[in-house]
Design a binder for this molecule. Structure first.
Ligand SMILES: Cc1ncc(COP(=O)(O)O)c(C=O)c1O
Length: 482
């Protein structure tokens, strides 16, 4: 046990020991007033849901327990400074992009970024140059931007100010991004990383490195995804090289985008999640990973799917296990079969199901595996076409036809999706999860993208729209010839 240092949690516990009388918000009055059906269930956590009382500090101007908790996190992550986020990596992405650039700046953006990155570009009024990531041939999954793509983009757009990347992908996999970051820094680009899935990478051992150690300037991580933290609690780290001007702008952006009443429950969970990760010994980590391995071995006895093995071209997170259907079932249908047997994977796509393991005991009962085996028994295993799965991409470096902000001003109309090839989209099309837009507002819809959407609809993907995805909003003045 390396760390028992829990500044914020201890401050809240101390406050409760004093048997405080609440004449303040929140209205549940330290958990004494609550709906009877859930009162008992919530009772033990409600006392942590406090507010900016004396001794409990203030996230927007921290000088006490919150500052100490953030400093403990910064030490653990080897950051110059760490900010607690109560609105997920979403708010971190908004604040880092808004804080690091000026309206009108041009930035390189990984095409398969999370929607929050594109929203940030829109809010900050930036021009996006979209860089297509490389794809793994076998799985078809995006694995990061190559140095070659960045070099090409730099030749085409030499006045660009920054590079926004996602590392790793949702499946915990990436190419080595060190050469990419090194090139970007050589060219004086600000490197901003959406590391939502990598809050545990600082544990070293068999985990990939954090980009904070690879030269990135600002890194955002969803603690709630891979660490034991409450949903939405996240970190924004700034590197030792970042100067005070940018630090100030990011801090200002956080005070605009984060609630003025940040949840102490979430902040306490960040304090606890960091301390938990810090306390893990090598032996404990080995046991955790041995648990994952044992589950993988159990699952691999079922022939109706296979576990993807990432070769040494890639860095991969051992807590993420991707299984690929080997039958006529889509990934979505396979996920449904797991769920019906009370096993809930993180997500699916047309071919895969993703399992995410935790930093604790990882196990799957033999009976559960048997139930899955029986549910899949009738499905015939097919011969797979290997190495043919990367999507076709027309342009690896491209600018949007119209910025998302311009889009809002232009006349629009709805047209059937199958007729949309050649039109400029006026809305995003986002399968969720993972929340990565397939179409961005202002992007011309091409044949390959349309085919990709149709394939996802057919396979049963869910999209973040309030209706069936049958039509799409496009810019009105456009026709098929552009
Ligand atoms: C790559 C990536 N970035 C950002 C986010 C947003 O994170 P949060 O849910 O913490 O706001 C997600 C969420 O899934 C994500 O996958």
């Amino acid at each position: 046990m390396k760390s028992n240092n829990l500044p914020l949690i201890e401050a809240i516990q101390q406050h409760q020991r004093n048997r405080p009388v609440s004449f303040h918000v929140p209205g549940h009055k330290n958990g004494t007033v609550f709906h009877h059906t859930i009162h008992k269930d919530f009772q033990s956590v409600l006392p942590y849901d406090v507010t900016e009382l004396s001794g409990l500090d203030d996230l927007h101007a921290p000088t006490g327990a919150i500052l100490e908790a953030q400093q403990a996190a910064a030490r653990f992550y080897q950051a110059k400074e760490t900010f607690f986020l109560v609105g997920g990596s979403t708010v971190g992405n908004l604040a880092m992009v808004y804080g690091m650039f000026r309206r009108g700046d041009q930035v390189f953006v990984q095409r398969n970024s999370h929607k929050s990155i594109f929203h940030a570009l829109q809010i900050a009024g930036l021009t996006a140059i979209l860089l297509t990531p490389d794809f793994d041939d076998e799985s078809g999954l995006a694995v990061g931007i190559s140095k070659q793509t960045l070099q090409k983009a730099l030749n085409m757009y030499p006045r660009t100010k920054g590079l926004l990347i996602t590392y790793p992908n949702y499946f915990g996999v990436s190419i080595d991004v060190q050469p990419l970051i090194a090139l970007a820094k050589q060219q004086n680009l600000h490197v901003l990383v959406d590391e939502a899935h990598g809050a545990h990478f600082c544990l070293g051992q068999s985990f990939p490195p954090s980009t904070l150690q690879l030269g990135a300037d600002v890194v955002v991580q969803s603690a709630h995804k891979m660490l034991p933290a409450l949903t939405m609690s996240s970190f924004l780290h700034i590197s030792h090289k970042l100067n005070d001007h940018f630090r100030h702008n990011i801090k200002e952006a956080l005070s605009m985008f984060q609630s003025s009443s940040p949840s102490y429950l979430l902040m306490a969970s960040l304090d606890g999640a960091r301390a938990y990760a810090e306390s893990l010994s090598k032996r404990e980590l080995n046991l955790i990973l041995a648990g994952v391995q044992a589950v993988k071995e159990e699952l691999s006895t079922i022939k109706q799917f296979r576990i993807l093995n990432w070769d040494d071209r890639y860095l991969s997170d051992p807590l993420k296990v991707t299984i690929r259907t080997t039958t006529s079932l889509t990934g979505f249908e396979l996920q449904e079969i797991f769920s019906k047997n009370n096993i809930y994977p993180e997500l699916a796509d047309d071919k895969h199901v993703l399992f995410i393991f935790g930093l604790g005991e990882n196990r799957l009962d033999k009976e559960a595996v048997e139930l899955i085996r029986q549910s899949l028994h009738g499905y015939e295993v097919r011969n797979e076409e290997l190495g043919m799965n990367a999507p076709k991409v027309e342009m690896d470096v491209k600018q949007l036809e119209v910025s998302a902000n311009e889009c809002r001003q232009l006349p629009k109309r709805r047209i059937p999706l199958e007729e949309a090839c050649g039109f400029v989209a006026a809305e995003a099309i986002i399968p969720y999860p993972p929340g990565v837009p397939i179409i961005l507002p202002g992007e011309r819809i091409d044949r390959n993208t349309l085919a990709q959407i149709m394939k996802l609809i057919e396979a049963g993907a869910t999209f973040q729209v309030e209706r069936q995805l049958e039509d799409v909003l496009v810019i009105d003045s456009e026709d098929e010839n552009g």
